[in-house]
Design a protein around this ligand. Structure first.
Ligand code: 2U9
Length: 344
């Protein structure tokens, strides 16, 4: 019996040594110290021993049991320490290492320009209105003094969806809808930013989809000088106090009289250079007094009410402000282009 116990002890201690994980140790514990284990078997066989042998074997069996249990305990602690060490090693963060640069995104250049312009007009008391990009022929053209067959319609080649539905070619229909909703008796003071669509061949200065910001103010006794005042305030805040503006006669079917507004060229200060094609002036937007037909179709009595309107292209303003030479850069989402204008 003694040899048996000694042999079991060596066997168990060897298996403890070989165990390389906690589960393995558990198995050894169950196998040797478990209820059905060989040491337990020996103890169960105590009955067959002589009364001299019983205490000796009993004590030896308990010693073997403790030694195996002790060996399992210390091996388990060692394995757990090694596992923790390894985990700490793997998870240790070398705080001296530089952090991984987190790419922070930002507003698209066009978005920041549109928001900049919106803020300027909000500051002058204009509210922002939005409207459907799929528009009716009535609101996109008729209501803006562009009856069916009007030649000016061709200037705005359109993506028609049905006879009566098209992708809007400007944001003016939103102003027409807003006026219509005011049953000809309330003032209107709004700007409308948004995407517009023209069946154009994309090139460096034209895109089939681009952005517009238009504005409208309708009330009693609104005059051209009010328009000039608002445009002047806008230009100075957007392009700098030192910039001069000038209004040139122009024509739009939905405004009469119509003007185009230029600002003095930033590059040559008005002397004339390649940027301003020697004129010293850069065209920024179009505007005018709302055409009486447009007021009437929206339910306003042109004898009582008058108004002014304007329209600009944010892409053009961004190209001027940031020297962008190709409008398509705004839509191709090339990160190399976009990140140049990324305001942190
Ligand atoms: C209503 C009445 C009048 C909006 C206007 C312009 C002049 C204009 C151009 C700017 C850049 C188009 O994208 S662009 O080429 N727009 O010059 N827009 S007046 O006039 C309106 C609008 C709505 C009810």
């Amino acid at each position: 019996m003694k040899e048996r116990l000694e042999q079991l002890k060596q066997e168990a201690l060897q298996k403890v040594e070989q165990a390389n994980n906690v589960q393995g140790l558990k198995d050894v514990r169950v196998e040797y110290l478990g209820k059905k284990g060989p040491i337990t078997e020996v103890l169960k066989g105590m009955g067959k021993l002589s009364k001299e042998e019983r205490p000796v074997i009993g004590q030896l069996a308990n010693e073997v049991r403790e030694q195996v249990a002790e060996a399992i305990e210390s091996k388990q602690t060692r394995l757990e320490d090694e596992a923790l060490e390894k985990q700490l090693e793997e998870e240790s963060v070398d705080v001296t290492l530089p952090g991984r640069p987190v790419q922070v995104g930002g507003p698209h250049l066009l978005t920041s320009i549109v928001e900049e312009i919106e803020d300027l007009f909000i500051g002058m008391g204009f509210e922002i209105k939005e409207g459907p990009e799929v528009e009716t022929d009535y609101y996109n053209f008729e209501a803006l003094n562009l009856p069916k067959g009007h030649p000016a319609r061709d200037m705005q080649d359109s993506f028609y969806i049905t006879e009566e539905l098209l992708l809007r070619t400007h944001t003016s229909p939103v102003q027409a809808r807003t006026m219509n909703a005011k049953n000809g008796s309330e003032p209107v003071k709004m700007i409308c930013p948004g995407k517009v669509y023209r069946r154009d061949t994309d090139d460096a200065t034209h895109s089939h989809q681009f952005t517009q910001i238009e504005g409208l103010l309708v009330d009693k006794h609104v005059r051209m000088s009010d328009l000039k005042g608002v445009l002047n305030a806008f230009a100075k805040q957007m392009f700098g106090e030192e910039r001069k503006i000038r209004l040139r006669p122009s024509f739009f079917p939905f405004t009469e009289p119509s003007v185009e507004m230029d600002i003095s060229c930033k590059v040559c200060g008005g002397e004339g250079c390649s940027v301003c094609k020697g004129t010293g002036w850069i065209e920024i937007l179009g505007a005018g007094m709302v055409h009486p037909n447009v007021l009437e179709m929206a339910g306003y009595d042109p004898k009582e009410y008058s108004g002014f309107a304007f329209g600009m292209g944010p892409e053009r303003i961004a190209m001027l402000k940031y020297g962008v030479d190709d409008i398509r850069n705004f839509y191709t989402n090339d990160i190399r282009f976009l990140e140049q204008y990324h305001k942190a």
